[in-house]
Structures are given as structure tokens and as C-alpha cells.
Design a binder for this molecule. Structure first.
Ligand code: TMO
Length: 314
């Protein structure tokens, strides 16, 4: 009896010891979270920062270039990226991974598409018959002309830092000289164009993505020839392809799991759906909240969702 008690006591001590080792405390050093130039990403930065803070961690936010951030994660200046969109950032993500220092920290539930298209009402009004097939665009360039397009059909692209020459190459390869690509200064400029075009009853073709707040009213993405790895001119192809139906990943500096094991485990478990990401964007772009206030509201409204990610009831 006494001996059994001794053994079980020793076992208990051993188990507590193991638990103690496994749950090493996170470093006090701040987890550096980047903010970029579209709404869901900024709101999610503060959502994730809020989750880390609830676990006792320190966080810091830095405004970062959307492509260069992967090199910053690789060298440790930035700790994580929480919205790595395959079509726009896959190349920079894998380039940093190949150089060493950036790790794949898992994939969100949401599937993504980053592509040009038209608001639903442009299709409903049949302003360009045959949409969303890209070939329809060959016949109605004039319908999409704007004062700055010289009579050509205009594609309003996102900020140039997102895709560089991708759409310029594609238009040249598939639409020819009757179309021109103009770059928006910000995502807000795209949403302002949608509002103005609707008011004026004119067609507009812009870059957009899903999940986004525009999912609610409907946005019709153009159907181009299918994407395959290497089809873009910048990757050696002829650019006769659209964007992939893509993944949405998370990235981290390779030391993060060691310096902040609890936060890393939570980050690795974080997975947001299209509806959750769309609602983060809508709080800012439709409800006009600040990104921080939107994150505070989102965290309050979705406690069950995020509390389970922190390790409770693993
Ligand atoms: C990276 N983005 C969501 C703007 O396409």
C-alpha cells in the first residue's frame, strides 16, 4: 500500500513535470503582426493580436508592403502573416520559404478567388451580353470605356504592388489593343467606382476578390482560360490564363514556435471561413467602423469561435 502510494506519487510528479516542460511560457517579446491595404487583413490583424493578448502575449503592429513582407518574416522583422492569398502572394511566400526562415503555419477554411469582374447588376442589366466568359469582353470594350481610357475598355486593377504586370500581360495576350489596365491607388478607390458606376448605370470591370464584403450583393468574376502553375508571363508562360481558385494560408518566422509556443499553437489552429472573413471586411467597408473597433466587435461577437483556438479543450 505504502509502496503503491509512493509509485503513484512519483508518477504524478513525473506527469506534472512533463506538463511543466511542455507548457513553456511564451517570451515577453512582442509578436509582430503586419497590416496591409485591404480591410479584412487589417481587421484580422487586430483580431489575432487581441487573441494573443488574451493569452498574455505582447503584440506590435507594423504597416508592411504586401510582397516584401515575406522576406521580413523570413529574417524575423515580422513574426507572422495571417492572410497569404495564393494568387497574389504565393510566389513571394514560396520564394521566402525556399531561402529559409519562413514556415507554412496552416491553411484557413476559406477558399479564395482574386480576379477581375463586374458587380452583379452589370450582368442583370445585360450591359455586355455573354459575360462572364472573357470572350464577351472582345465585343464590348466601348461599354467599359472611361474618360481616361482613350475609347478603350478599362480594367480598374488594384494597387500596382499587388500584381505588377499580371493583368497588363493577360490583356495583351487575350484581349489585345482595345482594352487598357489602370491601377487604383487603394482598395477604397475600387469600392468608390462601384458606387459611382451603379449610380450612373454604367458598366465597370474591376479587380476584386472573395471572401470579401461584396459577396453579399454579388460580384461576377470573369471566366478566363484555366490557371495552371507557370502560365503567367512572369513565370515563363504566355499569360493566357485566369487566377486559380486558391488557398488562404498563414506564414510565420521559423523561430516563432520556439519563442512563443502557446501563441504559435493557437495561430496554427486559427482557421477562418469565408463568412467570417467577409464579415470582418463588411464592418469597415459597409458599416464604416475603424479597423480596431471592428476587431473589438468581432472578438466580442465570436468568443466561442476564437476561444477554442487558444487551446482550451484541445
Ligand atoms: C490580396 N487581395 C485579397 C487584395 O487580393
Amino acid at each position: 500500500m505504502g509502496r503503491l502510494k509512493f509509485i503513484s506519487g512519483a508518477l504524478m510528479g513525473l506527469m506534472l513535470g512533463v506538463v511543466g516542460v511542455a507548457n513553456a511560457a511564451d517570451s515577453n517579446k512582442p509578436i509582430v503582426i503586419p497590416t496591409h491595404n485591404w480591410s479584412s487583413q487589417v481587421v484580422m490583424a487586430y483580431v489575432i493580436g487581441g487573441i494573443f493578448e488574451s493569452m498574455g502575449n505582447n503584440v506590435e503592429y507594423v504597416s508592411a508592403d504586401t510582397q516584401a513582407v515575406y522576406e521580413s518574416i523570413r529574417n524575423g522583422d515580422v513574426t507572422i502573416s495571417h492572410e497569404v492569398w495564393q494568387s497574389t502572394f504565393g510566389k513571394s511566400f514560396y520564394a521566402a520559404m525556399a531561402k529559409g526562415g519562413l514556415i507554412d503555419a496552416g491553411t484557413h477554411a476559406a477558399k479564395t478567388l482574386e480576379e477581375v469582374g463586374v458587380p452583379q447588376w452589370v450582368v442583370d442589366k445585360n450591359l455586355c451580353p455573354g459575360l462572364p466568359d472573357y470572350k464577351a469582353l472582345l465585343k464590348c470594350a466601348d461599354v467599359f470605356a472611361t474618360p481616361d481610357s482613350g475609347g478603350k475598355g478599362r480594367i480598374l486593377e488594384g494597387p500596382q504592388s499587388w500584381h505588377g504586370a499580371e493583368y497588363v500581360d493577360r490583356v495583351e495576350a487575350l484581349l489585345g489593343d482595345t482594352w487598357v489596365v489602370k491601377f487604383a491607388g487603394s482598395a477604397d478607390a475600387i469600392w468608390a467606382d462601384h458606387v459611382a458606376a451603379k449610380k450612373e448605370g454604367r458598366a465597370t470591370l474591376t479587380f476584386n476578390w472573395t471572401p470579401n464584403f461584396t459577396d453579399a450583393d454579388g460580384f461576377v468574376f470573369i471566366e478566363w482560360p484555366p490557371y495552371y502553375l507557370g502560365c503567367r508571363k512572369q513565370d515563363g508562360g504566355d499569360s493566357k490564363c485566369g487566377s486559380p481558385i486558391g488557398w488562404l494560408k498563414k506564414a510565420a518566422n521559423y523561430k516563432f514556435p520556439k519563442t512563443h509556443p502557446a501563441a504559435y499553437m493557437a495561430f496554427s489552429r486559427m482557421s477562418f471561413t469565408a463568412g467570417q472573413i467577409g464579415s470582418m471586411a463588411a464592418l469597415v467597408d459597409l458599416d464604416k467602423m475603424s479597423h480596431q473597433d471592428a476587431a473589438t466587435k468581432w472578438l466580442a461577437d465570436n468568443e466561442k469561435v476564437w476561444k477554442s483556438m487558444t487551446g482550451v479543450g484541445m
